[in-house]
Every structure is written in structure tokens, then in C-alpha cells.
Design a protein around this ligand. Structure first.
Ligand code: ATP
Ligand code: MG
Length: 414
């Protein structure tokens, strides 16, 4: 029988991967808390409608990437492909709109049926934030500033560009949609099949097309910024002035869109050229129309999500594992004593390994393998004297230490 394989597009996070992921998640959470965002989690699966409505039927995610199934009770269930819809659902179902503004941080696995490649998995992980209930541009500025701090804090700010655009308000969008549709209809013959499909449902999404032919057409398309009304221009001016005041650099990208009707005003992506084709590490924007679509009262919202795998790939080094103390018993009496000693030291807060079996050489090898900081050698003679030999594994220096105050002697290696 062939060995079992992981499902295509899924990955085991072995300890080194886990440490890289944890570095990203822990730093992001700590910085998010500094900005007043509290961690929350929604279920990994929801009723399919949560995502179908909340992300939109016209999107790639809903139309072809969702992991959807009927459960044993016949409910239509989907593994979450992103977390904004779930957070909005949670705010509505917990009646939290009474407590606006709400500021949430989340992290966890997401699922999309995509073609797996470097930086693109079917199970991947995101960190993200949502700032709910603030209609003013201060929220957009704060959310972007936090994203920037996280990317800088991880050490690769210099390799990442903040791309920024505005989608304006509903009125501006209506005006632009008409102009854009007019232009694109004049080029129907050369549009890709995907873009033709999108033409009526979601023409702005075509601006984002990866198809070469589409891109040539889009290059000469009317630019949205020429069709923004005064209120939309003013909102965006506040956002850019705020970023300027904070010294946050950005590049305006008029082709950057998030194609859904309920996205408005600010949208942005943090991109890099160091990861190859999958260069977007973080994406976000304002979604003031989403609550109404999800059946809640009108509520403003702005946030972003970032791919942990992509951020973890950019980390210059793998964070080191904690270095344990290795206990090395020589002889049976010492072996029994070490079992108890390990327990006591662990309760005193030390990471402890005792090698399980074999002679001194074998146990010292294991101590090196787990990168132990110090070794405690205990033989019959030492046991009789109530002492142990304490060896600094970095310098090789050795001292004798009383067994009953071992924790004190080891404090320097914690
Ligand atoms: P892309 O253009 O790369 O498909 P997207 O627009 O679908 O990204 P979002 O839905 O905005 O991505 O998700 C936010 C972030 O999550 C992305 O910028 C990326 O870092 C990460 N991400 C999205 N899909 C995947 C995936 N399949 N595998 C790994 N990371 C992903
Ligand atoms: Mg995608």
C-alpha cells in the first residue's frame, strides 16, 4: 500500500516553520495590541451564505475557490477563505454594534481551492485586523500605519512597497463604472474570456486582470481618479496627508482595485519583488457597505489581511528554539534521581531534556542535538556527595553544584 500523502496545497508546519509563523503572529499581535486591537477568533467553518454574501458571488473566491460541502445534517458549510466576512457576521450575531468602535486582530488558517505554487497554498494562514465603526479617514491611516509597523518590525520594510488607491464613494463608482463599461465595450473583441464574463457583473475587476491582452487594453482605460466626486477626493486627501504626516511612504497605483460593490475609498496592498510571482504580502481597504449586505445596520469598516506564509518566507532567519538544560545520569541510581530532578526543574521554569537512555556519550550527543545550553552530569559518586557536575556547553567550563540548590546554580543558563 502506498504511503499516505498530504492533500495537494497543504503543508505540515514542522517546528522550524512553526517558529517562523509564530514570530510573524506574535509580533503582529503585540503591535496590534499597542494600537488597541484585541485578538478574537471566529469558527473555521461557517454557513456558505456568510462568504457568498460577504465576499460576493462575482469574485474568484466565491465562484471557484471555496471549500464547500454539505454536512451530515445537510447544512451548506464552507471552510473560511478569508476572515472579514466571519468577523462581520460575529459582530452582528453577538449584537456588538452597540459597542463601536470595535478593533479586532485575528490569525489562523484559511482555505482556497487555488492552483498551488510558491506562496500559494490551499490551506494557508493569515493575520488580519478590522477596525469597525469609524467612518473617518483616521481609521484608514491607523490601519495602514499598523501594517507598516508590522512589516518594519519583521525586518523587511525596505523590500516592501505600500501601493495605495481610492475607490471613492458609491456615487463616484456609479459614474466611473459607466465610463469604464463604455470603454471596455469598445474593446470586447480583444478581452480575455474571464474579463468578458466580468464585464457586466464586475467590470472594475478587469483593471486587475493578469492577462497580457487585457493589460494592454486596461493601460489606456479611463482613470478612476478623474471621475471621483469632491467628497471622495477629500477623503483620500485626508488619508494621504495623514500618511505623509507619519512619514509613511506609498506609491499611488490607480489600477489597484478590490472589485466588490461594498468596498469604498481607501484600498491598499503591501507588495514585494523578493517573493517572485506571489508578491502581495498584505491587502486591505475600507468596506462600509459590507454590514448592510450581511443583514446588519449600516456600519463603517476598514482592515487588512496578510499571508503568514509569505511574511514568514521573507524573514531573514529562523528564530532559535529555546535552549534546554540536559540532564545526564550515569548509572541506575542517577537515572532514577534524574527523573525527579527533571520534574522539579521543569516546575521551577527550566526547559529540561534527559535523553531517555544510553551511555554518557550518547546522551551528550543528544544534548548537542537539542542545542542544550548546559549539561548536568550525575554519577554514583556525585549522588553520594549530593552534588552534580554542571557543564557550560558553550565554554566547556565545569563546576560542582549541590543537588538541592541546583536551580540556583542553573539560573545563569535559563
Ligand atoms: P493574490 O493576488 O495573491 O491571490 P488575494 O487578493 O487573493 O491575493 P487577499 O484575499 O487580499 O489576497 O488575502 C490577503 C493576503 O493573504 C494576500 O495578500 C496573501 O499574502 C495571502 N494569501 C491569499 N491567498 C493565499 C494563498 N492561496 N496562499 C498563501 N497566501 C495567500
Ligand atoms: Mg487570490
Amino acid at each position: 500500500m502506498p504511503a499516505l500523502q498530504p492533500v495537494r496545497g497543504t503543508h505540515d508546519l514542522l517546528p522550524e516553520d512553526s517558529r517562523r509563523h509564530r514570530r510573524v503572529g506574535d509580533l503582529a499581535r503585540a503591535l496590534a495590541e499597542r494600537y488597541g486591537f484585541a485578538e478574537m477568533s471566529t469558527p473555521i467553518f461557517e454557513f456558505t451564505d456568510v462568504f457568498a454574501r460577504g465576499i460576493g458571488e462575482a469574485t474568484d473566491i466565491v465562484s471557484k475557490e471555496m471549500y464547500t460541502f454539505a454536512d451530515r445534517g445537510g447544512e451548506h458549510i464552507t471552510l473560511r477563505p478569508e476572515n472579514t466576512a466571519g468577523v462581520v457576521r460575529a459582530v452582528i450575531s453577538n449584537g456588538l454594534q452597540q459597542h463601536l468602535p470595535l478593533k479586532y486582530f485575528y490569525q489562523g488558517p484559511m482555505f482556497r481551492y487555488e492552483r498551488p505554487q510558491k506562496g500559494r497554498q490551499r490551506q494557508f494562514h493569515q493575520i488580519g485586523i478590522e477596525l469597525i465603526g469609524v467612518a473617518q479617514p483616521q481609521a484608514d491611516i491607523e490601519v495602514i500605519a499598523l501594517g507598516c509597523d508590522i512589516i518594519d518590525g519583521l525586518g523587511f520594510g525596505a523590500d516592501v512597497t505600500l501601493e495605495l488607491n481610492t475607490l471613492g464613494d458609491g456615487e463616484s463608482r456609479q459614474a466611473y463604472r459607466a465610463v469604464l463599461l463604455d470603454y471596455l465595450n469598445g474593446h470586447r473583441a480583444k478581452l480575455s474570456k474571464d474579463s468578458l464574463d466580468r464585464l457586466e457583473r464586475n467590470p472594475m475587476r478587469i483593471l486587475d486582470s493578469k492577462d497580457e491582452g487585457d493589460r494592454r487594453i486596461v493601460a489606456d482605460a479611463p482613470v478612476y481618479s478623474d471621475h471621483l466626486n469632491a467628497a471622495s477626493r477629500d477623503f483620500f486627501a485626508h488619508v494621504t496627508a495623514g500618511l505623509d504626516a507619519l512619514g509613511i511612504a506609498y506609491a499611488i497605483n490607480p489600477r489597484l482595485v478590490r472589485g466588490l460593490d461594498y468596498y469604498c475609498h481607501t484600498c491598499f496592498e503591501f507588495t514585494t519583488t523578493t517573493l517572485g510571482a506571489q508578491g502581495t504580502v498584505m491587502g486591505g481597504g475600507r468596506y462600509d457597505g459590507l454590514f448592510a449586505i450581511m443583514g446588519g445596520p449600516d456600519t463603517a469598516g476598514v482592515g487588512w489581511a496578510a499571508g503568514i506564509e509569505r511574511l514568514a518566507m521573507m524573514l531573514a532567519e529562523t528564530p532559535a528554539a529555546a535552549r534546554p538544560i540536559a540532564l545526564v545520569p550515569i548509572g541506575e541510581a542517577a537515572e532514577r534521581r534524574v527523573l525527579i530532578l527533571a520534574h522539579q526543574l521543569r516546575h521551577a521554569g527550566f526547559a529540561v531534556e534527559h535523553g531517555y537512555g544510553g551511555n554518557v556519550g550518547k546522551r551528550m550527543k543528544r544534548a548537542n542535538k537539542v542545542n542544550a545550553r548546559a549539561a548536568v552530569l550525575i554519577g554514583d559518586d556525585e549522588l553520594a556527595r549530593g552534588t552534580a557536575t554542571l557543564r557550560d556547553l558553550d565554554t566547556g567550563a565545569q563546576v560542582a553544584a549541590p543537588l538541592d540548590t541546583l536551580a540556583e546554580a542553573l539560573a545563569q543558563f535559563r
